[in-house]
Design a binder for this molecule. Structure first.
Ligand code: ADP
Length: 235
């Protein structure tokens, strides 16, 4: 599949949050980097069809981001995802599946399959309030996968993960990226450096870097910080 973003723009009263971004994404893991205020959330919200662009378009193959068929192929883990602390993992997934309109029997099968995929089988019947940060995040990914999406968008998913959880997370995304377009946003370079196949970097609403990063380009963290020094100075 191909996600085609064409001159995508979002203007607020005095701000251009996203400024004519064009790119084409395919199966694989993309890391969207940018300082606070760069426009990541606004871009992601347009890719999820939550807010309407001021200009330009988002198409997944021939499906527009505003269409029902696009939404059916989208999996989304928002930044401030609300977990239900007193639900068990399996009940939470079944509840989310019901909200997404999945029939009961296939939903149960799918929920079990996903708990296995995200290595939470043993925690399935434990309450979410007993989960670690990494476990909650994996459960969040599992709910985003209930509808077998072709486009998976994760907003700041690496916050608060310990090194072990990070490795697990990287492996999981690597697997998913084989047949899914996975886009994750973050403002922490080391989070995407080893997870993403392709780095996308935003600054002041524009895409300033798109491509693989290897050491011949120098140090990613350094490059990133140079881009944002100016921005940080104003904060
Ligand atoms: P990021 O996610 O990279 O931190 P955002 O997309 O949240 O960036 O914000 C990009 C710019 O758009 C910022 O200058 C922000 O203040 C502005 N912005 C975001 N949402 C709104 C809104 N609803 N109304 C007005 N300005 C907004």
């Amino acid at each position: 599949m191909e996600l085609i973003i064409d001159r995508l723009t979002k203007k607020y009263q005095n701000t251009i949050a996203v400024d004519r971004i064009s790119m084409r994404l395919h199966e694989g893991v993309y890391g969207l980097l940018g300082a606070n205020g760069a426009g990541k959330t606004t871009l992601i919200r347009m890719l999820c069809g939550v807010i309407k662009p001021t200009g330009g378009s988002v198409m997944l193959d021939k499906m527009d981001a505003a269409s029902e068929e696009y939404r059916a192929r989208l999996g989304y883990l928002p930044q401030d995802f609300g977990y239900y602390p007193d639900f068990t993992g399996i009940d939470f997934l079944l509840y989310m599946a019901a909200l997404k309109g999945l029939p009961q029997k296939p939903a149960r099968r799918k929920a079990k399959e996903l708990l296995k995929l995200v290595s939470l089988e043993d925690m399935a019947r434990k309450k979410i309030k007993t989960y670690s940060g990494g476990m909650k995040q994996r459960l969040g990914i599992a709910q985003a996968l209930l509808n077998e999406p072709k486009l998976l968008i994760l907003d700041e998913p690496t916050a608060g993960l310990d090194p072990k959880e990070r490795v697990r997370f990287r492996n999981l995304l690597g697997e998913l990226g084989k047949d899914t377009i996975v886009l994750l946003s973050t403002h922490i370079v080391s989070d995407v450096e080893h997870i993403a196949d392709t780095i996308l970097m935003m600054k002041k609403g524009q895409l300033i870097y798109e491509g693989k990063w290897d050491s011949s380009h120098g140090d990613l963290e350094e490059f990133y910080l140079e881009q944002f020094e100016e921005v940080e100075d104003h904060e």
